[in-house]
Design a binder for this molecule. Structure first.
Ligand code: CO
Length: 224
C-alpha cells in the first residue's frame, strides 16, 4: 500500500523547521487560534491562501471551493462564515478569485466537465448578464479576466447579503468584506475596490466596480 511517504517526510521537515525557527510555536497554537481574517478563495492548487498573504498557521481562517462561489444554501460556506464572525470575531472577510481560473473559463466557454458544470452555472449567468460589457473587450484573455473579476464582485456582495453578515452589521460588529483577485503569472494581488462596511456601501461598491451593462433587466433578476 502506498502511504505517500514523501508527504510525511515533508511534514516532519516542516514541523521541525517551524519549531526551530519559533520554539513553542505548535504548543501555543494548539491552545487557541486567533485569526483576524477569513479567506474565501478558489480550490486551485496554485492559489495557496496563507502563502500569498504571508500569514502563518493560526492567522487566516480559510474556505475554498471551485471558483470561490458563495451560495446562500451552502451550509459548508455559511458555517465557516458564521463561525469566523460570531465565534472567532473576525473583522475582515476577503473573497479572492484569480485570473486564469479553470472554473470561470469552463463556464464561459461552456466546456462540459461533468458534475461541476452545475456548480459553475452562476458564472454562466454572470457572463450572460454582462455579455455586452465583456464583448467590448478586445481579446478572449481580457474577457476571461474580466469575468473572473465580475465573479468575485458578485460573490463578495453575496457574502454581504447573508443573514450572518447582516446581523453582524446590525449589532455594530466592525466587519469589512473585500473583493480581491490574484494573478497567477506574477503572484500579485489586486484590490477590486469593493470594501463593504454595511449594506449601503456594499451596494454602492458593487454598482461602481461592476459597471454598466445594457442587460439590466437580466441583472435585476439575478441580484441575489
Ligand atoms: Co480557480
Amino acid at each position: 500500500m502506498n502511504k505517500l511517504p514523501q508527504l510525511f517526510a515533508n511534514n516532519r521537515r516542516w514541523a521541525a523547521a517551524t519549531e526551530q525557527r519559533n520554539p513553542g510555536f505548535f504548543g501555543e497554537l494548539s491552545a487557541q487560534q486567533n485569526p483576524r481574517y477569513l479567506w474565501i478563495g478558489c480550490s486551485d492548487s496554485r492559489v495557496p491562501a496563507n502563502e500569498i498573504v504571508g500569514l502563518a498557521p493560526g492567522e487566516l481562517f480559510v474556505h475554498r471551493n471551485v471558483a470561490n462561489l458563495v451560495f446562500h444554501n451552502d451550509f459548508s460556506c455559511l458555517s465557516v462564515l458564521q463561525y469566523a464572525i460570531d465565534v472567532l470575531g473576525i473583522e475582515h472577510v476577503i473573497v479572492c478569485g484569480h485570473y486564469g481560473c479553470g472554473g470561470v473559463t469552463a463556464a464561459y466557454e461552456q466546456r462540459p466537465l461533468g458534475l461541476v458544470d452545475n456548480w459553475l452555472l452562476p458564472i454562466r449567468d454572470i457572463a450572460r448578464t454582462y455579455a455586452t460589457q465583456l464583448a467590448e473587450l478586445p481579446t478572449d484573455l481580457e474577457r476571461a479576466d474580466r469575468l473572473c473579476e465580475l465573479n468575485v464582485l458578485f460573490q463578495a456582495r453575496r457574502v454581504c447579503r447573508t443573514t450572518i453578515v447582516q446581523q453582524a452589521w446590525e449589532r455594530d460588529h466592525p466587519l469589512t468584506v473585500h473583493a480581491w483577485v490574484y494573478r497567477l503569472n506574477d503572484g500579485l494581488l489586486r484590490d477590486l475596490g469593493f470594501c463593504a462596511r454595511d449594506l449601503a456601501s456594499a451596494d454602492a461598491d458593487f454598482e461602481r466596480t461592476v459597471g454598466a451593462d445594457t442587460n439590466r433587466s437580466n441583472h435585476q433578476a439575478m441580484t441575489q
